[in-house]
Design a protein around this ligand. Sequence first.
Ligand code: HEM
Length: 335
Amino acid sequence: MAGQYQEYQILLLGLMMMTTGLFCASRAQDPSQLSLDYYLKTCPDAQKIVRAEMECAVKEDPRNAAAILRLHFHDCFVQGCDGSVLLDDTITLKGEKEAAQNVNSLIGFDLIDRIKNQLESQCPGTVSCADLLAIAARDATLLVGGPYWDVPVGRKDAKTTSLELANSDIPAPNQGVIALMTKFLEKGLSVTDLVALIGAHTIGMARCVSFRERIYGDFELTSHLDPTSEIYLGKLKETCPVSGGDDNIAAMDYVTPYVFDNAFYQSLVKGDGLLNSDQEMYSSLVGFATSDLVKMYASDPLAFFKQFSDSMVKMGNITNPEGGEVRTNCRFVNT
Ligand code: HEM
């Protein structure tokens, strides 16, 4: 795959940093701050309220599940899971919505507003937007057929954002396996977490700009190019011409785009991943560990579900050491 030499250099750098302890776990929080019964007395119906709204939204459009799951990921990778991704730009605060991986791409903010309004009407000023998002991401997964996990809660919402970190820390689809591993390690997440969490791409859509390089690049090299793959590639090229149509979308799991299952990994084993970063997990020459995991999840859906749940809890436990507040409107810090 492209950039192998550069990746080798990053790998060496990564190994050096790991041995010198430079990958500090400081941003990978103290999970003891969170608990399962945090809202037991203050908002006992918090989980029910989130679930009810998510049920309606996913029934209305299953894409909503994908939108919310991704929002939680993009939240946790910037300053920890602190709802910073939800903040709008104001005169005094530059949010993260214009970051390279977010702009014209993240959706679901209106749904978060709807859930927040319900929570505020029942338990004003109690449930943080960061917790709302973590619970909603679990429900999103469950509602499209994925696993359940208990969500530890008690996160605070940030009063600050970081466009700079959003630009540097959120992984991009043109990155290779070493760069992706490094980004996850920096957050205290392992290679196993990376491969399991990327399984979120079993649902949801990507825009042509995110996969054009892949379909006109090494798709034909990685794919077995059986008749199904040939038809698939042809359709992708129709959706995403060499130029134009940047915002046209295609499912990342073309077998079962609306079901949370392990078909995504089976597509990677066939060499048919839509994003370069997805296919790297299986096809990269330096991705021994990742390709073994892809093979395992492709053949063992329960192993995938178990690891995905564990890794989601781990990712959700990345807290912002600065603490914060409980916002009353997820788009703005409290005045
Ligand atoms: C290796 C790291 C990852 C990369 C490079 C990556 C990249 C991308 C890209 C490029 C898209 C399409 C965006 C667009 O074209 O507008 C996307 C969509 C998505 N990503 Fe990831 N992603 C990664 C990891 C994750 C993780 C860890 C999760 C959640 C746990 C996740 C959940 C999703 C979902 C659900 C969608 C579909 C969103 C929708 O349909 O609106 N991704 N990702």
